[in-house]
Design a protein around this ligand. Structure first.
Ligand code: SF4
Length: 365
């Protein structure tokens, strides 16, 4: 059986990525079978609990306030609304609810307290709860853990080198710091990236180096294909080819044998055959629900039909790691510190991000 390695180099990963496809598929599928049941797939539902108005400038994201997209902003959802959506997700086969808020970082205060209540409510439904709320401090990660959080998502997005072509309002080290803060708790780490943003194959390998050399490696790695949204700096990027997605999934599986590799954004552009090859290559998780935060996603019934056709079974919750306990707010050991962490603001400019910002202003005037 292949042991997990934490010393992968970019050259080794590139060699894997560029292997003849049949060889790559065979190797990835073999490793997949050694570490996972190849017939089960973990199903997550992604819920946008606070949409739009984000101060960051991520070049792929329609929720960044500075770009001029059709995304309608929404304030933080109520605990009751979230609970109702979680129940619906559970009934349609999801084992995990991932709550996303378009924040640069978590701020202590009533909104964070409300998110903690949402975590408690979903954990009590015996579902895995994941959050993606931007950067978090160690104390905030501990408070999320106490509430019963199962996973925290914070993507590295791409390689450290290419990151400066995508985002100018925070640094790669901020991302790694948040992952490190989450690692100080028993919350599992979900971190992956996006392909199709104009990066090279070296950058794809570089991202996998950054993820696979973390020790422990992330428990889940989402692989997204860019969905180019009008109004964002990446609106003109050409779509990712299915073969690139299959190669990326297979390579991720080989270098991170234990992780759950999640097919994320971009599935609407993929055929069933394409998705089947991704599952064969080691993908064992999907996002379900007709929307991924703000981008389209296949309908749940379509996914269940695909599962039936392929003989795949949705995985039950807490198979790999047992359910965390929920500590009620009144019994918490960790109170809000009201910290003002100094996350970096690199301050360089990215031409295509600047152009997208200006474009909207010009077309509105
Ligand atoms: S990806 Fe997240 S941090 Fe970046 S602009 Fe979008 S919502 Fe904000």
């Amino acid at each position: 059986m292949n042991q997990t390695r934490h010393d992968w180099t970019k050259e080794e990963i590139l060699d894997i990525y560029n292997k003849p496809l049949m060889e790559l598929l065979y190797e990835a599928a073999t490793i997949h079978r050694q570490h996972h049941d190849p017939n089960t797939v973990q199903v997550s539902t992604l819920l946008s609990i606070k949409t739009g108005g984000c101060p960051e400038d991520c070049g792929y994201c329609p929720q960044a306030a500075r770009y001029h997209t059709n995304v309608e902003g929404n304030d933080l959802m109520s605990v009751q609304q979230v609970k109702a959506q979680a129940l619906r997700a559970k009934a349609s086969g999801s084992s995990r609810v991932c709550m996303g808020a378009a924040w640069r970082n978590v701020k202590d205060g009533p909104e964070f307290d409300q998110v903690l209540e949402m975590v408690r409510a979903i954990n009590k439904l015996d579902m895995e709860v994941c959050c993606t709320l931007g950067m978090v401090t160690e104390n905030q990660a501990k408070r999320l853990a106490e509430a019963g959080l199962y996973a925290y998502n914070h993507n590295l997005d791409t390689s450290e080198e290419y990151y400066t072509e995508v985002i100018s309002t925070r640094g790669y080290e901020d991302r790694l710091q948040t992952i490190e803060n989450v690692r100080k708790t028993n919350v599992t780490v979900c971190s992956g990236g996006i392909i199709g943003m104009g990066e090279s194959e070296e950058d794809r390998a570089g991202m996998l180096v950054a993820l696979s050399t973390l020790n422990p490696q992330p428990e889940s790695v989402p692989i997204n294909a860019l969905v180019a949204i009008e109004g964002t700096p990446m609106e003109d990027q050409k779509p990712v080819e299915i073969w690139e997605m299959i190669r990326m999934v297979a390579t991720t599986r080989i270098v991170m044998p234990e992780t759950q590799v999640r097919l994320s954004a971009g599935r609407t552009e993929m055929t069933r055959e394409g998705q089947a090859l991704c599952f064969f290559a080691g993908a064992n998780s999907i996002f379900a629900g007709d929307k991924l935060l703000t981008t389209p996603n296949p309908d749940v019934n379509e996914d269940m039909e695909m599962f039936k056709q392929l003989g795949l079974i949705p995985q039950k919750p807490f198979i790999k790691i047992s359910q965390p306990q929920t500590v009620e707010a009144a019994d918490s050991q960790f109170t809000s510190l009201g910290e003002k962490p100094k996350w970096s603001r690199p301050g360089h400019t990215i031409e295509r991000n600047e152009l997208a910002k200006e474009k909207g202003v010009v077309s509105k005037s």
